[in-house]
Design a binder for this molecule. Structure first.
Ligand code: NAD
Length: 508
């Protein structure tokens, strides 16, 4: 037996369990799902799918931890976040390896998602300022009014496969810093990053029960959505599930923010620098194998630039090294065989619908195991806007080109879409860019920037079918989502109080 076979055999017996009450918990549900190493194409582990009892145990642990945690001083909570930030930064290479082994993205990209998650940890270390209330002195004679923010209680986070560390970190640091306790249900496709985060929070001094990880499937999601002990749900995933989560959660009286899918357009005006555009189209279309909710999936080329731009993108796509993310490649595999086959099926749809497949990822020769879930960069020209290739989220390395005759036609196309997550305009005309930022019906806009993920102190979220709920992720929206405000009207009596007055309180 070779070393690889031994490792594989050993690893398949590993089952990723839960993290409850500050410790790893092996599941007794008997239900598991395979976790693949996408570059090897084999199941290297199993993940536990929680039973009803385990779901309730995770929620109960968070509930029991809430009184003490929410009463701990801001500065003590802040110190734990500082400690976690140092540990995360120290051990990020280890986390990147875990992400690559279950998701498939290349190591550099895994480090990139950790860095963006770390930004939110750093924001949350500022929780004393973020939670500050307001104070108005002497609103009426002898009366002051002020506001305070308090945590919600137990909060649920449900995350997708494509950012197993960053998406939990969009919510977790602010939720915890604000005094909430958490149950996180990660994607069953890459569950280990969440357990790693939990173990490092414990090392940083987080009390047991403040952060729990519940691995599972729909049963766990429904358990969180319907539990009377869970106050809010932060969800990120595909649009149909986001809508379901939003409707079910709100029906059960919860505060819900549910971020959904995307179909992001890049509008290229004729005056744009086409080398810059081509570089960015390749980076944003094929980075992380297109499995980013902010990936560019449609290039809207205002003629006459399309032919030249396609040539430049094609040249660049040919230089990309596709393969095992641990081998210094540019782009890794897709997350599962099923997902790879689904994405590849859109190339057939494009052919049937009369589009022109300029670069065909099905012919890729990867630097990796032949069983890996490979699909190379794919560029499709003249995609009809009635085709499913245009209307549906593909979530893979498939970049469509739609040719339009004017800025107005491009804008109308973008605004008529069902999603409104991200978009970008490439131009050297500041007036056109300003018009675009005002007119486009999308939540996050890049001007000569292809993946405009806002920094931590702004908030992340789209419009339309890309976000259900009123609150975006992190930034001031995050603080507002994870806290409830109280307004206090206060009078400390002095000898001049006015006696009985049955009139409605008014200023005087
Ligand atoms: P997904 O919707 O399949 O899964 C997301 C979560 O929902 C997972 O934890 C999963 O276990 C759970 N889930 C799956 N099916 C369920 C069901 N029937 N009932 C209840 N829960 C269920 O999404 P995914 O494939 O893991 O992630 C990719 C999707 O996420 C893409 O659509 C992408 O655009 C989206 N995404 C959006 C953003 C954003 O910020 N808008 C960010 C990242 C990913």
């Amino acid at each position: 037996m070779t070393t690889t076979e031994q490792t594989t055999t050993e690893q398949t017996t590993t089952t990723v369990g839960h993290w409850i009450d500050g410790a790893r918990v092996a599941s007794t549900s008997g239900n598991t799902a395979p976790v693949f190493d996408p570059a090897l194409g084999v199941a290297t582990k199993q993940v536990a799918l929680a039973s009803e009892g385990e779901i309730q145990a995770a929620i109960a642990s968070a509930k029991a931890a809430f009184p003490a945690w929410s009463n701990l001083s801001l500065s003590k909570r802040q110190q734990i976040l500082f400690a976690f930030r140092e540990i995360l930064n120290r051990d990020k290479a280890e986390l990147a390896e875990i992400i690559t082994s279950e998701h498939g993205k290349v190591i550099d990209d895994a480090l990139g998602e950790i860095a963006r998650g770390q930004e939110v940890v750093e924001l949350a270390t500022n929780i004393p300022s973020l939670m500050k209330g307001e104070f108005s002195d002497q609103v009426s004679t002898g009366i002051d009014v002020y506001s305070i923010r308090q945590p919600l209680g137990v909060v649920g986070i449900i995350s997708p496969f494509n950012f197993p560390a960053m998406v939990p970190l969009w919510f977790l640091p602010i939720a915890i810093a604000a005094g909430n306790t958490v149950v996180l249900k990660p994607s069953e496709k890459d569950p280990s990053a969440a357990i790693w985060l939990a173990s490092k929070f414990t090392e940083a001094g987080l009390p047991d029960g403040v952060f729990n990880v519940l691995n599972g499937d729909k049963l766990s999601v429904d358990g969180l959505l319907t539990s009377p002990d869970v106050e809010s749900i932060s969800f990120v995933g595909s649009t149909p599930i986001a809508q379901y989560v939003y409707e079910t959660g709100t029906k059960h009286g919860k505060r819900v923010q549910a971020l959904g899918g995307a179909k992001n357009h890049m509008l290229v005006l004729p005056d744009a620098d086409l080398d810059l555009v081509a570089d960015n189209a390749v980076n944003a279309g094929f980075g992380s194998a297109g499995e980013r909710c902010m990936a560019i999936s449609v290039v809207v080329a205002v003629e006459p630039v399309a032919d030249e731009l396609i040539e430049k993108i094609t040249e660049r796509a040919a230089t990309l090294r596709i393969g095992d993310g641990r081998r210094g490649c540019d782009m890794g595999p897709l997350v599962t065989k099923q997902h790879r086959d689904k994405v590849a099926s859109y190339i057939e749809v494009a052919e049937q619908d009369g589009a022109v497949v300029v670069v065909d990822g099905r012919t890729v020769r990867p630097d990796g195991d032949e069983n890996g879930f490979w699909l190379g960069p794919t560029l499709i020209d003249k995609v009809p806007t009635t085709s499913r290739v245009y209307t549906e989220e593909i979530f893979g390395p498939v970049l469509s080109v739609v040719r339009v005759q004017s800025y107005e036609e491009g804008l109308e196309l973008i605004n008529s879409g069902a999603f409104g997550n991200g978009t970008a305009i490439f131009t050297n005309d500041g007036g056109a860019a300003r018009r675009f930022q005002r007119d486009v019906q999308v939540g996050m806009i890049g001007i000569n920037v292809p993946i405009p993920v806002p920094v931590a102190y702004y908030s992340f979220g789209g419009w339309k079918n890309s976000l259900f709920g009123d609150h975006k992720a992190y930034g001031t929206d995050g603080v507002s989502f994870f806290t409830r405000q109280k307004a206090v009207t206060s009078r400390w009596l002095d000898p001049s109080h006015g006696g009985i007055n049955l009139g409605f309180p008014s200023n005087g």
